[in-house]
Design a protein around this ligand. Sequence first.
Ligand code: M6R
Length: 366
Amino acid sequence: EKAGFDHFMLKEIHEQPKAYRDTMGSRIDASGRQVVLNEVGLTAQQIWDIHNIHIVACGTAYHAGLVGKSVIEQLARIPVETDVASEYRYRSPIINANTLVIVVSQSGETADTLAALREAKRCGAHVIAITNVVGSSVAREADDVIVTWAGPEIAVASTKAYTSQLIAFYLLGLHLAQTLGTREAEYIAVTLDALQKLPEQVESILSRVEEIKQYAEQIAEHNDLFFIGRGLDYAVALEGSLKLKEISYIHSEAYAAGELKHGTLALIEEGIPVIALGTQEQLLEKTISNIKEVKARGAQVFGIAMEGNEELHKAVDLVFEIPRTVPLLTPALSVIPLQLLAYYASLARGNDVDKPRNLAKSVTVE
Ligand code: M6R
């Protein structure tokens, strides 16, 4: 059942190219220039009437929602807030008939996410669910459902569900942009072209697991480390950090790179590993100055860069390159080495990778 892999998590990491392809599936038309998202029941007029969007989810799905916020704001220019589901209801969120609420849940059974969905509906919002389980509670109660076709996810640590949630957000963002005319047809075509190249690019990353494995064995010796990044790289840093904590039990923190010097820099000492995501090249100059701040205090920096980025190479101790794509899509590639890092660090520490202590696959209590 593990198809020759040692663990479900590793199998699921390797299933991602297929999960990307299946989630895009027939949602891109034959010309490759248009998204066809028939499962979204909103008419063009209803999309025009959206004032704001709330994305609500837990854990890894919440991290996908943070990417979703940037994606939708950049593509459709609608204000988006992303909330942790266990906090959402209690902050009296401002929801009305012009609010679109997107709940994200792999299982579709997470208690807090379901409760947030019910609250949003009670306040008159239109609710779209992004879920991996057809017929789950979340799928049944939402107005519209965008299914992520990742296939069953068994490992507690979520991998292919997260990346297929990203694909769902790209498709939804492009669908909104097409309807609103916020992006030119050419921009949409270029983005769709890049989207369709992702599965192959993930395959090429997966053929280089050795590079990550070696680094994972080094960090397995440490008890603390940091992830830093700006913009979308920060959202991915949060996910990389969660994955590592969840299965390797190594403490880590993800920080917006520019925020370090407002307190956390005090924790940087000789030899501490810092994983710096630098795929957002428009922000790279700034990220590099933050890398210099940690290096000056003795940190060992592992960079994640887009292929051929010499500047980042020069600034760090070791680099993992991801294939080149458009800036908006880098999370779908940069998270892969971080998933592998968590996996191999957990393995090196002799942990139960698929069933980490204290955690359950589906969280049905609030
Ligand atoms: O099924 P859901 O997507 O609603 O689950 C949400 C979280 O419990 C889940 O993503 C959790 O954070 C993962 N174990 C992280 O790998």
